[in-house]
Design a protein around this ligand. Structure first.
Ligand SMILES: [Zn+2]
Length: 255
């Protein structure tokens, strides 16, 4: 098979050394989705591609492809996100995001919106943004981009569009307002994950699910609302992904 040359942007979400001087990188790209790329000789500082092969480096890349295997030929770094390293919380957050992305993206499927969300979130982390807020926004928006978003239009039982409070039913992906919840009798033995929300938290969930991507962090909310939103965003996403992450357990020890 002849070699193809491919030009793309991409960010490193995982790296592993191979042999003396090579690396195997996992990249998230806008058009090829998640791909694995072999990089020869990049572990020496003399390599021109050294910076582009670091974790979270975002670059313009020239790849060669043969029989479905990619090799890095040239790279020009656009953003290193190096300032992340000045905060343990920010690094822990980025590591959790990278694990999440590795778990939910697939090879060879375009992920432009997910990539943009990751870049925006890393940029906020490097600017010393609040980690709990960034994490919750990342999780909830990712839920939306994966097509898992719950129906936030109103109570699924009485139709109230502006309930003062209620519960998000994680399995059903629906809202149940407080009035209906008190009137309802859940069937015996049914295991349900019900996540409480207030009206302000519902407004924030609606905003993060539907705003323009460049406005995703353009809101302010009380700490109690952020904390409630954060609990919902994490539990809802993990419920649907169906697994835990060591990087999240570590992050919990810091936040
Ligand atoms: Zn209701």
């Amino acid at each position: 098979m002849p070699k193809n040359t491919i030009s793309t942007k991409g960010i490193v979400i995982r790296e592993a050394p191979i042999g003396e001087a090579d690396k195997l990188l996992t990249l998230l790209t806008p058009t090829l989705g998640r791909i694995t790329v072999r990089c020869r000789g990049v572990r020496t500082l003399k390599s021109r591609r050294f910076a582009a092969s670091q974790l979270y480096a975002y670059s313009d890349l020239l790849l060669s492809e043969q029989d479905g295997r990619y090799t890095l030929e040239e790279a020009e770094v656009l953003e290193t996100f190096f300032a992340l390293r000045s905060s343990l919380e920010a690094v822990a957050c980025a590591n959790y995001f990278a694990d999440l992305l590795y778990a939910v993206t697939v090879e060879e499927e375009g992920e432009e919106e997910i990539l943009r969300l990751f870049l925006n979130s890393l940029a906020m982390l490097t600017r010393n943004g609040d980690c709990l807020t960034i994490k919750a926004v990342f999780e909830f928006r990712l839920t939306s981009l994966l097509g898992l978003m719950p129906d936030l239009s109103g109570c699924s039982l009485c139709g109230s569009a502006v309930p003062a409070s209620g519960w998000l039913d994680a399995a059903g992906g629906v809202l149940i307002c407080s009035s209906c919840a008190f009137a309802e009798h859940a069937p015996d033995g049914e295991e349900r994950v019900l996540l409480p929300f207030s009206g302000d938290t519902l407004s924030l969930m609606r905003y993060v699910a539907s705003c323009e991507s460049r406005r995703i962090f353009s809101f302010s909310a009380d700490r109690a609302v952020i904390e409630e939103f954060s609990r919902i965003a994490e539990r809802f996403l993990l419920y649907h992904i169906g697994r835990d992450f060591d990087t999240l357990d570590f992050l919990h020890t810091l936040l």
